[in-house]
Design a protein around this ligand. Structure first.
Ligand code: OSB
Ligand code: MG
Length: 377
C-alpha cells in the first residue's frame, strides 16, 4: 500500500547538522574494514512548529558505498539544504522531488527527508509507524555479527547473542573467511536461522566456493558480488541453491525492479539510507510484496534515531524475514536517545509516540558531537 494519508507541510526555518563520534562496544569487521567508532551525521530540521530529527548513515570512508561522511556533509550544505530551504512550505512527500535534480547522494537525502518527516509527524502527533503503514507493535530482532579473529571467536560471539535472545544470526564473510566460519557456527548451534553477508567481496570466479555454502541451509547469501554486478548476480543465483539477497545493488525502487527482472535476487534487503529515504523504502516494499519477493530491514549501525525509524519500517507486512533491527546495546553503551531500543523476548518495540517516537538525550548528543553547523533560511 502506498502511504495512506499524506503529512501536512512544514515551514522550514533551517537545519542543524552535527558529526558525531560514537564509540562501539566492540570493533565491527566486515569484508571492507573494521570500525571502532561510528562516525555519523545527525540532522535537526528546524521548523516553526518544532524540530525533527534524522540521521545520515554514511560511514567515514567510501567502502560500503560511494558515499562517506564528509562528502555528505559537503553536499548537504552546498546543494541539498539550500534546495529544501528555497522550496517554500514542504510536505515530507515533496522532499525527494525537491532533491531529485542532484544525482546520487541518497544517504544524505534520506537523512534530510527523515528529519522533515519527523518534524511534520510530530506537529500532527502522528507516529512514523502509523504513517508508513506498520501492522505490528514489535518486530523480531536479528543481529549482524562481524568477522572475528578466528572461527572459535565467532562461535563465542554468536553464542552471546543467542543467549541475549536474538532470533536470527547474520555473519559477515569474505574470501578465505567463508566456509570454515559458517561451518563452525552451524556445528556449534545446529539449525538456528542463519545467513551470511559478503559485502561485495567475491567475484563470479568464486562461484564454486559460494556453491559449497549450499550445504549449510542458509536463509540467504547477501551481496556476494559488487554493486554493479547485476548480470553476474543473476548467473550466480542460477548456480546456488542458497537464495541470493541484494543490499548494496539496490539503490532505488527502479534498481530493485531491474534486479528482479534479471533474476539477480530472490530476496531484498531494504535500507532507507541506501535508497534515499523511508518513502522509497515503502515503494520497494510495495513492489516486492506485489511480486511475492520477501524483504527485510537492513541496518547501518544506526543511532537511536534511525533505529526507531527502522523498527517502524520493519513493522510493514511485507517484511516477512527478520531484519538487522537489533537493540541499541548491540553497538552502543550510550545512545543519543532517552529510551534506546532494548531486546524483549527477541523482539524490538515499534515506537508509538509522535514522529520517530523517541526523544533526544541532549547531553549525550553534545558529548559525542565533533562538528556542528547551522543553516538558516
Ligand atoms: O552490509 O548490512 C550491511 C553495517 C554497515 C554497513 C553495511 C552493513 C552493516 C551491517 C550492520 O551488517 C547491520 C546493523 O546495523 O545491525
Ligand atoms: Mg549487507
Amino acid at each position: 500500500m502506498p502511504i495512506a494519508r499524506a503529512a501536512a507541510s512544514v515551514n522550514l526555518d533551517g537545519f542543524e547538522l552535527r558529526v558525531l563520534h560514537l564509540p562501539l562496544v566492540s570493533p565491527f569487521t566486515t569484508s571492507f574494514g573494521t570500525e571502532t567508532v561510528r562516525e555519523v551525521i545527525i540532522v535537526r530540521a528546524i521548523t516553526a512548529d518544532g524540530d525533527g530529527w534524522g540521521e545520515i548513515v554514511t560511514q567515514q570512508a567510501p567502502l560500503y558505498s560511494s558515499e562517506y561522511t564528509h562528502g555528505a556533509w559537503d553536499v548537504a550544505q552546498r546543494y541539498l539544504i539550500p534546495a529544501l530551504l528555497d522550496a517554500g512550505p514542504l510536505a515530507p512527500e515533496d522532499v525527494a522531488g525537491a532533491l531529485a535534480p542532484f544525482v546520487g547522494h541518497r544517504m544524505a537525502k534520506a537523512g534530510l527527508e527523515l528529519a522533515v518527516l519527523d518534524a511534520a509527524l510530530r506537529a500532527e502527533s502522528r507516529s512514523l509507524g502509523e504513517y508508513l503503514g506498520a501492522t505490528t507493535d514489535r518486530v523480531p530482532s536479528g543481529v549482524s555479527v562481524g568477522i572475528q579473529r578466528d572461527p572459535a571467536a565467532l562461535v563465542e560471539a554468536v553464542g552471546g547473542y543467542l543467549d541475549e535472545g536474538y532470533v536470527r544470526i547474520k555473519i559477515k564473510i569474505k574470501p578465505g573467511r567463508d566456509l570454515a566460519d559458517t561451518a563452525a557456527v552451524r556445528d556449534a548451534f545446529g539449525a538456528i536461522p542463519l545467513q551470511v553477508d559478503a559485502n561485495s567481496a567475491f567475484t563470479l570466479a568464486d562461484a564454486d566456493t559460494l556453491a559449497e555454502l549450499d550445504r549449510f541451509d542458509l536463509l540467504l547469501i547477501e551481496q556476494p558480488l559488487q554493486e554493479d554486478d547485476l548480470v553476474d548476480h543473476a548467473a550466480l543465483a542460477r548456480r546456488l541453491r542458497t537464495p541470493v539477497c541484494l543490499d548494496e545493488s539496490i539503490t532505488s525502487r527502479k534498481a530493485a525492479a531491474d534486479a528482479l527482472a534479471l533474476g539477480a535476487a530472490s530476496i531484498i534487503n531494504i535500507k532507507a539510507g541506501r535508497i534515499g529515504g523511508y518513502l522509497e523504502a515503502v515503494a520497494i516494499h510495495d513492489l516486492c510484496r506485489d511480486a511475492g519477493i520477501p524483504v527485510w530491514c537492513g541496518g547501518m549501525l544506526e543511532t537511536g534515531i534511525g533505529r526507531a525509524a527502522n523498527a517502524a519500517l520493519a513493522a510493514l507486512p511485507g517484511f516477512t524475514l527478520t531484519g538487522d533491527v537489533s537493540a541499541s546495546g548491540r553497538f552502543y553503551s550510550r545512545d543519543i536517545v532517552t529510551e534506546p531500543a532494548v531486546l524483549e523476548n527477541g523482539h524490538v518495540r515499534v515506537p508509538t509516540g509522535p514522529g520517530i517516537g523517541v526523544e533526544i538525550d541532549q547531553i549525550a548528543l553534545d558529548e559525542f558531537t565533533v562538528d556542528r553547523v547551522e543553516l538558516r533560511r
